[in-house]
Design a protein around this ligand. Structure first.
Ligand code: HEC
Length: 169
């Protein structure tokens, strides 16, 4: 389920993951956390996961990742969208959950230096296109009664807009 440059544990903020975590009372897998996410930095006191916990986390994340198995043929940055077309699309389709300025709300912050560094363009395009199963993140390649469909070009425009929060690299 990982593209190169994809954060190692993309779904750690999902309700499923948090519920799972509570029931197994295992230590979460990420020692750093991300600014702007609900997830705090983990593993500072306890030295991280035991091997069986790592296996359980990996199995869970494989299951969550579902179809995102194929290797990424693209370089980390390849999207050539138009941020000025992406801005209104973001405002209409994303801002309620990710904040008007990407600061995060129900969804994680996208104006987040750790995410911006770690995420490849493919990661952003595919996350937007496919959504996240069992979270409120909708799959924008498909429309529904709760969200409109975005074309591939529109997804690229939204990614170009979101990348403006990356700042200088
Ligand atoms: C109804 C709420 C909702 C809407 C609308 C929504 N998202 Fe999300 N989004 C979420 C949630 C919740 C997550 C975290 C899912 C998880 O825990 O794995 C998420 C995750 C993401 C991620 C992955 C972030 C990371 O840290 O790995 C990206 C990128 C993203 N959304 C972009 C968008 C964009 C762009 C739009 C608009 C086209 C959008 N989302 C619309 C709720 C939403």
């Amino acid at each position: 389920m990982r593209y190169s440059g994809m954060p190692a544990f993309p779904a750690v903020a999902s309700r499923d993951f948090l519920a799972w975590r509570r029931t197994r009372s295992s230590k979460p897998p990420c020692a750093r956390g991300r600014p702007g996410r609900r997830m705090p930095a983990w593993g500072e006191k306890d030295g991280g996961l035991r091997p069986e916990e790592v296996r359980a986390v990996s199995a869970y994340l494989r299951e969550l990742g579902g179809t995102m198995q194929e290797p990424d043929p693209h370089p980390p940055r390849w999207v050539a969208g138009d941020p000025s077309r992406g801005a209104p699309l973001y405002a209409a389709n994303c801002a309620t959950c990710h904040g008007p300025n990407g600061e995060g709300a129900e969804g994680p912050a996208l104006a987040n230096p750790v995410l911006q560094r770690a995420a490849t363009d493919t990661y952003l395009v595919e996350t937007i296109g496919r959504g996240r199963a069992r979270t409120s993140m909708p799959p924008f390649r498909a429309g529904s009664t709760t969200h409109r469909q975005l074309s591939e070009d529109e997804i690229h425009d939204v990614v170009a807009f979101v990348r403006q929060w990356e700042g200088p690299r």
